[in-house]
Each structure stands twice: as C-alpha cells, then as structure tokens.
Design a protein around this ligand. Structure first.
Ligand code: PHE
Length: 358
C-alpha cells in the first residue's frame, strides 16, 4: 500500500501523455474501471480491520477523486483541441470575388424599382403585390369609377372574354387595385408600397402596352395633405439624389382620390442634360391625392374615422428621366448591347446608407 503515491504519479503521467480522447479513456479504464488498479485497491478496504480501513479509506478515496478530476480536465482539453483542429483543417473559403468579366446587367427598370422601394422602405412602407389579371370590382368599381363613366374609357383596357357565368376579367390598368385588396385584408394603420406591371392598349414612342407602376397608400386616423406632400418631396430628393427639389401640386382628377393632384418637379435643360431641382421648367412625375371617402366606404372603413393618401408613379418614365434613356421602346427590345450600356452591376443593390445608384 505504500506505493500509492507512486501509483498516483504514474497514472497522472499517463493522463498527461494521452494525446487523444480514446487513449485517455483507456487510461481511465485501467485505473478506475471495474477491474482497474485503483478500483482493486478500493475493493481491498472490505477485508481490512477497522483501524486500517480508517487510515486507508480516505487516502484511497482521495486518490480516486484526484484521478477522476484530472481525467475530466484532460478530457476537456483534448475535446477543445480536436474541435480547433477540425476548424483549422475543414475550413473552406466561401468568398468568391465577382468576376470582372461578368457581362450580366440589371435592367434599368429593375434598378429603378429597387431604388424606389429602398426609399419608401426606409420611410416604413411595406411592399404589397397583387395579380396582373384583375376583375372590374378591384380595378374600377371599388375605386369609385361609376358604371359607364368616361374615366373608364381613358384606361384603354384589355378585356378577356367573359366566362360561362358572364364574369369578365381584365389586365389591370394601374396598380391601384392593390389599394383595395390591402384595405380589405388588413386593418389600418397601413403604409404600403406596391411595385407592379400594368397594361393599357396603347403604343407609340412614349407608350407601351405593358408598363410599370409603383403605388403608395397610407391609411391612418390623422393623415392629411401635408403628409402626402412631405413624403413625395422626400422621395423626389432621394430618388434624383439632389439636396433640394422644386415641386408643385397641380389639381387633377382621379375617381379614387379627392382632392387629386399631379406632382410636377422643376428642372432646367443644359445642353443635352436635364438638371433636376433647379430651373423654371416643370415636368409631371406622378399622380396623387387623398383617398376618396367612397373608396373607404367600399372597403368597409368609416371615412369619419380614417383618411389617407395615395400616389402612383410611372416607373418607365422615371427611369428614362433619371438615366437619360431617350426611347421607351428600347426597354423591351432585349438588345444586349443596349443593356450593357444602360444596365447596372448585379451586386450594387440600391440602398440609402451607401448609394442609390452607382
Ligand atoms: N392610378 C393612377 C394612374 O394610373 C395613379 C394614381 C394612383 C393617382 C394613386 C392617384 C392616386 O394614373
């Protein structure tokens, strides 16, 4: 029994020397397992007389505890070391630089959609979408276009043939039906921004049968024209990336807003260039107004409690203006050379923190 100090030192050395978890487990079994050296000594306590047992009991139990602790510590070290080794050896480099010769480009329309959404998202607007194929209710009736009203004719609608039950679908002529869909499915306060395709039977240098709009809608209990004006002026400044903007709100007519206006911004032509925010010429950039009480009633909102404003932007026109693109039809010509000239690098996503356009 005198050699237990020797035994302890020997086992501690083996623990230190174990270089992996499996070897350490072997050391543990040889010492503390059922047939282990220390276990055998502990078993011997049973056949000792009381005086001897009193002396050896604490010694052997102390030995067992120290060895158990040492094994635990070593086990932790080996485990960490093996994880670090795996992290070191199984590491892969997932960063791949953009290939300089990459030829794909983001279409200017997509770019301008992303820019507009980035600006309104920053103001707290949430993106909503709706179907291209609509019905009369969402595209017209609920938006306060009376049956037979001339405003319907202005839209040059593409109609589908009526089905067996006389239901006639159409291609939406504007993104405003998403106002109706949203007000009928969500509770105010609402602040939505709606990118989408729109269709009218019209084609010349400044019109294509399919074009793009972004709709905005705010519904709350204390919304007024001042909010509308601020919001759209902030938008114009951010979009055209200028410090100041000149704007005017010209009275207009839309069945679904009252009052209605078109927003013009001031610009100046310098040679071939257009400078936004200065000068005495005006151009129209969007339609807007306060949501008509009839529209609120049509979606089950009480106009004495709720009001709001809406606006609709023509994306194609804004893209032509901002990026100096002379002919609308080129947008849809799928000409790779044109896209390489007017397109945007794929990873330069517009955002307000760094830059809207690069
Ligand atoms: N929907 C209108 C259009 O297409 C634009 C608009 C939207 C006007 C919202 C006012 C409010 O011409």
């Amino acid at each position: 029994m005198e050699d237990i100090l020797e035994l302890e030192k020997d086992i501690l050395d083996q623990i230190d020397a174990a270089s992996e978890e499996k070897a350490l487990e072997d050391v543990r079994i040889a010492a503390l397992g059922k047939k282990g050296a220390v276990s055998a000594l502990l078993k011997g306590l049973g056949s000792m007389d009381p005086a001897e047992r009193k002396e050896w009991g604490p010694k052997l139990n102390g030995l067992k505890t120290r060895l158990t602790d040492a094994i635990e510590v070593r086990k932790g070290d080996l485990h960490r070391a093996s994880i670090n080794k795996r992290l070191e050896t199984e590491k892969i480099d997932i960063t791949l630089p953009v290939r300089a010769e990459a030829e794909g480009r983001i279409h200017p329309i997509t770019q301008v959609f992303e820019e507009i959404l980035a600006i309104f998202n920053d103001m707290g607007f949430v993106v909503e979408e709706g179907p291209d194929i609509e019905d009369d209710f969402h595209n017209f009736a609920a938006l306060n276009f009376p049956e037979g009203h001339p405003a319907r004719e202005l839209h040059d609608t593409f109609f589908f043939e009526a089905d067996e039950v006389g239901d006639q679908k159409l291609l939406r002529t504007h993104t405003s039906p998403v106002q109706i869909r949203t007000m009928m499915s969500q509770k105010p306060p609402l602040r939505i921004i709606v990118p989408g395709r729109t269709f009218r039977c019209d084609s010349d240098q400044t019109h294509t049968p399919m074009f793009h709009q972004v709709e905005g809608l705010v519904i709350d209990q204390e919304t007024h024209m001042g909010h509308l004006k601020w919001c759209l002026e902030e938008f114009a400044k951010a979009f055209f990336e200028v410090e100041t903007i000149k704007s005017r709100f010209r009275p207009h007519f839309f069945p679904f807003t009252e009052p209605s206006a078109e927003m013009d911004i001031g610009y100046k032509r310098v040679g071939d260039e257009i400078h936004i925010g200065e000068g005495d010429d005006w151009m129209e950039i969007l339609g807007c107004g306060m949501v008509h009480p009839n529209v609120l009633r049509n979606v089950g909102l009480d106009p004495d409690v709720y009001q709001g404003f809406a606006f609709g932007l023509g994306v194609d026109r804004l893209a032509m203006l901002k990026y100096g693109i002379p002919d609308l039809r080129d947008f849809f010509a799928s000409d790779v050379r044109w896209l390489q000239h007017y397109g945007f690098a794929p990873l330069d996503m517009p955002n307000l923190a760094t830059a809207l356009s690069w």
